[in-house]
Design a protein around this ligand. Sequence first.
Ligand SMILES: [Mg+2]
Length: 257
Amino acid sequence: MHEVLNKKGFICDMDGVIYHGNKILDGVKEFVNWMMENDKRFVFLTNSAERTPHELSMKLQRMGLEVSADHFYTSAMATAEFLSEQKPDCTVYVIGEAALTKAMYDKKIYMNDINPDYVVLGETRTYNLEKIEKAISLVRNGAKLIGCNPDTVGVTEKGIVPATGALIAPIEIATGKKAYFVGKPNPLMLRHGLKLIGCHSADIAFIGDRMDTDIISGIESHIDTVLVLSGVTAEDEISNYPYRPKYVLGGVCDLLK
Ligand SMILES: [Mg+2]
C-alpha cells in the first residue's frame, strides 16, 4: 500500500481521477470502498458548476459507485460561500445552470437583474446575446464580475466545449473589468474542502490530474499532492512546470497495490 494512505482524509478531483466522461476509472471502486471501510474523511471537488452534489452522487451511482451527496463540493458552492462571506445578503445576476442558482439560494443569496451586487457566471448551455448584454450593462453599473472557475475549455464526449473562462471573456472585454475566479487553481476551493471534512491540511492528501489547477492549489494550501496520470497530464509534461507534485501515480488504482 502507498504511504499516502496513512493520511486521515483525501480531497479528490473528479474528471480524470475517478472517471472520464461516463466511464469509471480502474481501481476507483476499490479505493472509495477502502476509504469508507477505514473511516477516512473524503470529499470530491469539482470545478464544474453544472451539477448539484445530489446530481453528482446520482452520476456516480449510474457508474456503480455509492457516494452520498455530502461528499461533493463544487465551484458553484464555493462561489456562493465566498459571496456570502464577502457580502452577506448580497444579490446576484446569474448566467449558469440551475445548480448554480440553487447554490446561491442555499446561502440566502437572491436573484436580482436590476442592481445586483455581483454578476456570476458558470458553465451553461443557455448562454445567449441577451444575457451577455444584460451582464455587461450590470457590470458597467457597478456589479462585480465573478466566474465559478477559470477553465477556458471542457472536454466532453462531443469534443472540446467552451467553459466559464471563455464564456465570461466577452463580458470582460466589453466592460474592461477582469472577473474574479473562485474555482481551482484558487486555493479557496481546497480550503473550503478542508473545512468541510474538518481536517488539518497536514492530515490530508489532494489527488488531481492537472498540474495548473489541482497540483498548484494543493501546494499553495500546504497539502500533500498526488498527481495521477489517468487524466490530462502525461509524465513528460511535469517538468514543464516550476513546481512538482509530492507523488506521481498512474491512477488511483496504484494506491492500494
Ligand atoms: Mg480533473
